[in-house]
Design a protein around this ligand. Structure first.
Ligand code: ZN
Length: 500
């Protein structure tokens, strides 16, 4: 009864998806609404539900069902993709022994708390011993996946399937060779004045303006909602419930608005996945790179462009007449595109951002290759910041302790998605422009449905039917390349520098 077996597989997979989305809902509640003292019980609830999901996803019967289905030829492309993805997930969940997962989880939890203290004390030395063990665990994790070439590849594969050290290294080297001189050229001049963004902005009005913007971009509040958190994120429960969070600062106008657009970009991706895939593991963004390409496309390429603000600036001025009444559009546009060499990745502008990412990527690889010892990470970090950005962190808190990734997880695979996303975003936009010749005029008149429809048809709807590299190839007709991104950045900053 092969059709019946396919139904059995789908039922099992949709049960796993439901358990996972129940856990996601608890996570969402934990970071938005839950009272502080609910934390202990929430931890127990989450552990119980995650244990159930893990039992289901590693069930030997699921493996046998997959084998039987794999033995016959699939009815169509969707079924083939479903079997491929279900197999990948099953392998990832079953190859790593339970005892290792327990050891790793306990170590990572402990390290995370130690990192918080070390960061507060701005002292890398306090975290060296746990970091050595994390590195050892990362290598051991890799060893459960012997089919890969490089120790970082299984870790990269977890978030960006289809990308490997061998494909990323040349791409990043090419990008760095162009970005370092561009950053140098721009920062040799005085930075754009962004004092207009540092005035006082009513927090409620900021949130309202952000909501108005993302509603126009196509975020449907009947299929999602926005709440406040310390660290903004997007979270999907199902095809019709994809939520975002944001944070707001009274004296920093960019903070809430651009993080709102960013998370809405992630949400538009999830909301655009073909509903026929719902309940299967195909109904999800395909990789962290493609996900970041969508958030950054809306946040940066669209949301920091001049046509975008030709449309929204009058409304912004109406909302904040005292703050922007005396600021011409060009000055505002320059302010939101200020470039400066800085120490903190999450605050970095479009030109320098990828330099921060590539430093981390290279250091991860060096550690996994045993060319860099954990105890030497700080010195290597500081040397690279000096070389790439001409800055040395005054203390470890603004240096190698600034990001949670290596201290709240394994080492490897955590950073490449950000830069992959930036590079992809420009390649997608060039392809969209070829299909939509009047795109700038549409944006100028506040119409985003053309671009959103193009993204839905070419990127969003396919979910995990296509890997990241396949998504790029199908949507743009070419493999991922740095040229569109560099054309975008160089063109944008040439124009910006010429306008003052
Ligand atoms: Zn993001």
């Amino acid at each position: 009864m092969p059709a019946n077996e396919l139904q059995q597989l789908k039922k099992r997979l949709s049960d796993i998806a439901s358990l996972r989305s129940a856990a996601a809902l608890m996570h969402w509640d934990q970071s938005t609404l839950m009272p502080e003292r609910g934390a202990k019980h929430r931890g127990e609830q989450l552990a119980a539900i995650e244990r159930l999901a893990h039992e289901r996803s590693t069930d030997a019967e699921l493996g046998r069902l997959l084998e039987r289905l794999e033995a016959r030829s699939p009815a169509d492309a969707t079924e083939a993709a479903l079997l491929r993805v279900a197999r990948e997930d099953f392998e990832r969940d079953t190859r790593v022994p339970g005892a290792f997962v327990e050891e790793m989880t306990a170590h990572v939890t402990e390290t995370y708390h130690a990192w918080k203290k070390a960061r507060e004390a701005r002292d890398f030395k306090r975290i060296v011993e746990p970091l050595k063990k994390t590195l050892d665990l990362s290598r051991r994790y890799s060893s459960f996946f012997p089919g890969f070439q490089h120790a970082a590849d299984p870790l990269i594969d977890g978030s960006d399937p289809g990308s490997t050290v061998a494909t990323l290294r040349p791409l990043f080297a090419e990008l760095r060779a162009r970005l370092v001189p561009l950053a140098r050229e721009i920062t040799a001049r005085p930075p754009f004045d962004n004092s207009c963004l540092r005035r006082e902005f009513d927090e409620r009005k900021q949130i309202e303006f952000g909501a108005l913007v993302i509603r126009k971009l196509g975020y449907d509040f009947s299929r999602g909602r926005q709440d406040m958190t310390a660290h903004p994120f997007m979270i999907r429960f199902n095809a019709n419930d994809v939520r975002i969070t944001t944070r707001v600062k009274k004296d920093d106008f960019g903070e809430a608005l651009f993080s709102t657009i960013h998370e809405a970009g992630h949400a538009l991706y999830e909301l655009g996945i073909d509903e026929a895939l719902e309940g299967t593991p195909l109904a999800r963004g395909t990789s962290s790179g493609v996900h970041e390409s969508q958030s950054r496309l809306w946040e940066n390429i669209v949301g920091r462009s001049r046509p975008f603000w030709e449309h929204f600036y009058p409304e912004l001025r109406d909302s904040f007449p005292a703050q922007f009444g005396d600021v011409p559009l060009d000055a505002f546009h320059r302010a939101i595109n200020r470039v400066e060499r800085s120490l903190i990745r999450t605050d970095a502008d479009e030109v320098t951002y990828n330099l921060h990412v590539m430093i981390r990527f290279d250091l991860e690889i060096d550690m996994l290759e045993d060319r860099l010892r954990a105890e030497d990470l700080r010195d290597a970090w500081n040397a690279r910041y000096e070389a790439d950005l001409g800055l040395t962190p005054p203390h470890d808190g603004d240096g190698c302790l600034q990001d949670v990734h290596w201290y709240g997880g394994l080492i490897g695979g955590a950073f490449q998605g950000y830069t992959l996303g930036n590079v992809m975003s420009a390649q997608f936009l060039e392809a969209a422009r070829r299909a939509l010749p009047g795109l700038d005029d549409q944006v100028r008149s506040g119409r985003f449905d053309g671009l959103l429809s193009w993204l839905r048809a070419n990127v969003h709807s396919h979910g995990r039917m296509r890997t990241g590299p396949e998504t790029v190839r199908h949507a743009t007709g070419r493999d991922l390349e740095t040229a569109p991104y560099m054309r975008y950045l160089e063109g944008k900053y040439r124009a910006l520098l010429g306008t003052r």
